[in-house]
Structures are given as structure tokens and as C-alpha cells.
Design a protein around this ligand. Structure first.
Ligand code: PA5
Length: 441
């Protein structure tokens, strides 16, 4: 029986996990996976107050789209730089989609502001670089924080808002700030209402890492000129595909089942590998989604990532031959946009590098062979490999991929017996840091 499912330009191939998890063992997981999915659909189980993400592709309205597009049009008209301030779930999703779609950029995309991200840490040189990019240019700020109190974005916002006010005066500065935050509560909501910033509300029932399809992800993406309707449409189609109770016809169910089955057999780290540099931020978003959702109560698959072929020259050794607790998921792109080929060199002594046998072949074709060779080598080395192969990277495919991972992690949390929608562990470091900083109670 085939162990592959294909949907919306995304193909999930689990055939190389067979030596480690047989078809019968995989099949036997279907009832548990269906039960977990049913719990999510019925809105029951731990964290059920945070299941709003499931319906986002359906509940977004024409008015929502128009408000987001109008905000984007204003930014495109008056700004060369659009600074997105946020951390964790408040920026990783939009950045991931934006970076993934970079390969689609052509000259016809000029006229959109440069999107830069700030507030993603406390490193002064990073913030300095953002400030330099804003110097002498017209810019806007999109401040994203559900709680409105997170330290890193708050520091960046205070700094950048000060510069905006100095440059434009307080009235125009307020017009150049968009706040994406809680609908009624929190410091940012209060400030936005009192200063008259443009605002977008984050639904109460959607947690940070599940918020890409809310204004958290869609406002910055629209400002960058991404077709957000297509992103949502891809998610809507994937949502429909993820209703099937046939394990192999449901990409989220199949992915959740395979990785969980491998986890229970000792494959406790999942490396997401890609041969496509533009997907590096999707890996980061995926690590947050899975790490924060699963890693609790002593449970959870540790999510790691590698970008090949460069990491084959570093992490490749460990993956091939280190401790055998690794499972690997390849995120691949079949048709990249660029058609760069290897040049022929017929000059005297020109083939000293021995590359003429590749002359005329596209880099992407060679890259694909590198993927196939690596998958085969890692499998032979004892790493169960799954691959998620995309025909090409489009806004629609990105929306589908996001929804598929979200659904899979919801199911996975249920299979692990943890609440996948909270993150109590992230408070511990904050308490220590604030104590050291002398934060008033
Ligand atoms: O997934 C999460 O909930 C976190 O990553 C948050 O998004 C992150 O900590 C930022 O929080 P906030 O949006 O409240 O500033």
C-alpha cells in the first residue's frame, strides 16, 4: 500500500520510513490519530480555548481582507521601509512566508517597501542595523504583540517610535504606526487607542505561534505585496484535505502519525532539512510551532534544522553516523524559479575543475540529485526519512503548508498527552531575567 499523499502542490512521501515503522504499524495508528483530530474538531481536550486557528481560513471576511489591503496600500505609497516589530509567534510566520517567496521576486516588484524585522532579540548591533536602514528613509512601524508587554519588541518599539516622532512629529508618527494586538486588553492596545494608531485585533482564541493567518501574519505580508488572499485560499483547501479520516489521504494525519510512531521507537529528534535556502525561516517557524507545542512534561520530539548542502559539510557527519535517535523530514522544492546553469569551459585547461560533465545542467537539477543522494545515504545510515515535496513555492502552497503543520502539531500534542496550545515553560527564564534587571513588582 502506498505511503504517500499529495495535496495542493505538496507531496508527502513516507516510504523511506518503512524499514523503521512498518505499514501495519502505521495503519494501527489511524484510530488514535482520528480520535485526536475529532477532539480538535469538537473543540474538546486540553487547550480547547485556543482552537481558533482551525477555522481562520473560513472565518476571515471580505472586510478583513480589505482593511489589511488598505493598510498595505498606505505603506506602499509613503514608505521605503516597513519595520515589523515582534518576537516568536508575532513575527516568525510572516517572515517565513516572505523569505520563502523571495525567489519569486522580480523587478516588477519594485514599489514595495523593504520589510525589516526588529524586536526579535536584545542584541544591540541587530537593532543598530535596523536603525541604520531607517536613517534618511521614510518608514512605518508595524508593532505586533498580543500581550503588549513582551520586553524585546517593547524596547525596539520605544526606540523606533522615538525616531519616527523626531522625523515626522507626533501626529504623522502616529499615522505611521500600525498596532496588531489584543482587541481590548494590554499596554499596546491602551497606547494605540490613546494615540490613534491604526489597529488590528488578534483573536483571543488564537495563540502566537498559530497566528500566521490572522493580522499578525497577513498585515506585514500584504505590505510586502504578497497576495494574502492566495495564502488564505491555500490554507482553506488544505483544511478541507485535512478532514479525511483515511490516513494516507490526509497529509496532516499522515505526518503526525509517522513522526509520532518514530518517536515512540526512539527517534526523539526530528531534523527538518532543506536544500532551498529561502526555506530557512520556515524551518525556524516550524521549530517554534513544534517545540513550543510539544516540549512539555518531559515529552516531545526535539525539532532541529539543517540547510543543505552547506550543512552536509558540518552536521552531515552527525546525521549520517552519530547517535541514532534522529528522524529527518526533507522540505523540498521541485521547480525553483531560477534557471541558472553550469557554464561549459572548453578553453585549453578549462576543465581542470572537472565540471564539464555538468555543463548545461541547471543548479536546481543538481540540487535535486543532491537531495535524492542525501536521502538515500541518511536512510542507509539508520535515519528514517520523510519528504515534503512542493511543486513550487507560491503563496497558496505556503498557506497550505502552514495549515498542514498546525493541524499536525495539534494532533501530535494529543497523541503525546500534552496541551499543545500553551507554553508555561517560557515564563521561567523571564522571571529570572526580570529579577536580575530589578523589574518593579
Ligand atoms: O507562541 C507564542 O505564544 C510566543 O512565541 C509569542 O508569540 C511571543 O512570546 C510574543 O508574545 P507577544 O505577542 O505577546 O509579544
Amino acid at each position: 500500500m502506498t505511503k504517500m499523499t499529495e495535496f495542493g502542490g505538496i507531496k508527502l512521501d513516507v516510504s523511506a520510513t518503512e524499514p523503521f515503522l512498518s505499514a501495519a504499524e502505521l495503519d494501527a495508528m489511524a484510530p488514535a490519530v482520528n480520535a485526536a483530530a475529532a477532539e480538535l474538531e469538537e473543540g474538546t481536550g486540553p487547550g480547547s480555548e485556543y482552537l481558533g486557528w482551525m477555522d481562520l481560513p473560513e472565518t476571515i471576511t471580505e472586510d478583513d481582507f480589505q482593511a489589511i489591503e488598505a493598510s498595505a496600500a498606505r505603506a506602499q505609497k509613503d514608505s521605503q521601509v516597513y519595520v515589523v516589530i515582534g518576537i516568536g509567534g508575532s513575527y516568525l510566520g510572516s517572515r517565513a512566508v516572505l523569505d520563502a517567496l523571495r525567489g519569486m521576486e522580480t523587478d516588477s516588484r519594485t514599489g514595495y517597501p523593504e520589510i525589516i524585522f526588529a524586536g526579535t532579540g536584545l542584541c544591540s548591533s541587530m537593532l543598530n542595523r535596523v536603525l541604520s536602514k531607517c536613517t534618511g528613509r521614510n518608514f512605518r512601524i508595524c508593532m505586533i504583540s498580543k500581550s503588549g508587554t513582551t520586553l524585546e519588541p517593547a524596547v525596539a518599539f520605544r526606540t523606533l517610535r522615538g525616531i519616527l516622532m523626531e522625523k515626522f512629529g507626533s501626529t504623522e508618527a502616529a499615522r505611521r504606526i500600525t498596532a496588531v494586538t489584543d482587541g481590548t486588553r494590554g499596554a499596546l492596545r491602551q497606547l494605540a487607542d490613546s494615540e490613534g494608531f491604526e489597529t488590528f485585533a488578534i483573536p483571543d482564541n488564537v495563540g502566537g505561534r498559530f497566528s500566521v493567518l490572522t493580522p499578525v501574519g497577513l498585515v506585514p505580508l500584504a505590505a510586502a505585496g504578497i497576495d494574502v488572499r492566495a495564502v488564505v485560499d491555500g490554507a482553506r483547501k488544505m483544511r478541507a484535505a485535512c478532514q479525511s479520516t483515511e490516513l494516507r489521504n490526509n497529509p496532516a494525519h499522515l505526518y503526525a502519525a509517522v513522526r509520532h510512531g518514530l518517536y515512540t521507537r526512539g527517534f526523539t529528534t526530528e531534523v527538518m532539512s532543506t536544500f532551498h535556502g529561502d526555506l530557512q525561516t520556515i524551518q525556524e517557524w516550524w521549530k517554534q510551532l513544534f517545540g513550543e507545542s510539544e516540549g512539555k512534561g518531559g515529552e516531545g520530539i526535539f525539532p532541529a534544522s539543517a540547510v543543505f548542502t552547506t550543512d552536509l559539510h558540518s552536521m552531515g557527519q552527525y546525521i549520517q553516523d552519530g547517535r541514532r535517535n534522529l528522524q529527518e523530514t526533507f522540505l523540498c522544492v521541485r521547480n525553483a524559479v531560477s534557471r541558472l546553469t553550469v557554464p561549459s569551459d572548453d578553453s585549453e585547461g578549462g576543465n581542470l575543475d572537472g565540471l564539464n560533465y555538468l555543463a548545461g545542467r541547471t543548479l536546481d537539477d543538481i540540487n535535486w540529485k543532491a537531495f535524492e543522494g542525501t536521502k538515500s545515504a541518511h536512510g542507509a545510515g539508520g535515519v528514517p526519512c520523510t519528504s515534503l515535496e512542493m511543486d513550487s513555492i507560491t503563496p497558496e502552497v505556503m498557506g497550505g503548508l502552514i495549515y498542514m503543520f498546525e493541524k499536525a502539531v495539534g494532533i501530535s500534542g494529543r497523541l503525546l498527552g500534552v496541551n499543545p496550545f500553551d507554553q508555561p515553560g517560557v515564563e521561567t527564564y523571564k522571571k529570572e531575567m526580570f529579577r536580575l534587571l530589578g523589574k518593579p513588582e
